[in-house]
Design a protein. Structure first.
Length: 88
């Protein structure tokens, strides 16, 4: 999906999230690799950089005390470093 502002929503399906572009309304459903019940200190999203691309790796929801981890692709395994963007 293109760069921009996105809304991340829980779905009625277990281990799934919906990602919606706030400008265009484009929607994608992501099936996660499960949830962790003890996420990091704050809410936010974790991307992993691969070349010039960023891949969504995890969504941390402090209010729900969980984090949703997306399956790792081959391209992501080859990348060098994760980048965490925290909410305020």
């Amino acid at each position: 999906m293109a760069a921009g502002s996105y809304e991340i929503l829980r779905t009625s399906l277990p281990d799934a999230i919906t990602v919606r572009n706030q400008k265009t309304g484009t929607v994608a459903r992501a099936f996660t690799a499960g949830t962790d019940q003890k996420p990091g200190a704050g809410s936010g999203i974790l991307f992993q950089k691969a070349g010039e691309k960023y891949f969504l790796v995890s969504v941390v929801d402090r209010a729900m005390a969980s984090s949703y981890n997306l399956p790792v692709t081959r391209t992501q395994r080859e990348s060098a470093r994760p980048v965490f963007i925290s909410s305020r």
